[in-house]
Design a binder for this molecule. Sequence first.
Ligand SMILES: Nc1ncnc2c1ncn2[C@@H]1O[C@H](COP(=O)(O)OP(=O)(O)OP(=O)(O)O)[C@@H](O)[C@H]1O
Ligand SMILES: [Mg+2]
Length: 248
Amino acid sequence: MEHPTAEAPVTVKDLRKTFGGQTVLNGVDLEAAQGETVAVLGRSGTGKSVLLKLLVGLQSPDSGSIRIRGQEITKLEENRLNELRKKMGFLFQQAALYDSLTVEQNVEFPLMRHTRMAPGERRQRVRELLADVGMEKDLEKLPSQISGGMQKRVGLARALALEPDIVLFDEPTAGLDPITAGEIGKVIVQLKQKRKITAVVVTHDVRGARKFADRLVLLRDGRIVTEGTFENLQKSRDDFVVQFLRDG
Ligand SMILES: Nc1ncnc2c1ncn2[C@@H]1O[C@H](COP(=O)(O)OP(=O)(O)OP(=O)(O)O)[C@@H](O)[C@H]1O
Ligand SMILES: [Mg+2]
């Protein structure tokens, strides 16, 4: 049974990050509840990717708190962080596949490393994961031999290999045609419906976010300035929000 006062699996408070003299995040508060998909929107260079990297512990904040399933990760040592990451699926903005491994091997990699699956079972699982993102062909190709959108989909399959209960996706539909983007949107919705996964998805695709996200948050000047459902945001009279929804 769900505990009524349980803390959200992703809980961020007053997060600050600067690079040199540049303040990128200036007091970000963000929560993603169990089973919730939150879309993070904002103009290029506002710190969306930095936020995701902080959430997975790839960078450290200057101050503020990041709690993942109740655990403060900003003070965690690397091996504990690695444990935690196994149950988090992360898709980088650049798909970050292993250049020298084939499509199949890329998705197989986390399964080899972190499970005791038999080879046959593993291959079967890799095929399922790739089929879910429409990449069941081209198993033998290297990342350099497939398109950017295809790389992104392989990255998504790999991020889901260990059945994470929290996923962080950085622009999963960027560079995809509208039909493929829609299919990826459906994959995200299914993750939520089938497995009650908690998701934070950075996207520029406002229309897509309307379909796959329960809640949208808008990052501006280092803070989250607006949040709500798409319908809530549509009622906003803030010029920036109106413009963002209209042009996004
Ligand atoms: N490692 C770093 N060192 C110095 N500055 C950085 C570093 N990483 C990010 N930044 C700066 O932080 C700001 C936010 O970058 P970030 O990549 O998070 O933007 P973004 O919102 O993801 O943009 P986009 O929508 O274009 O992907 C940028 O000005 C960037 O130059
Ligand atoms: Mg980015």
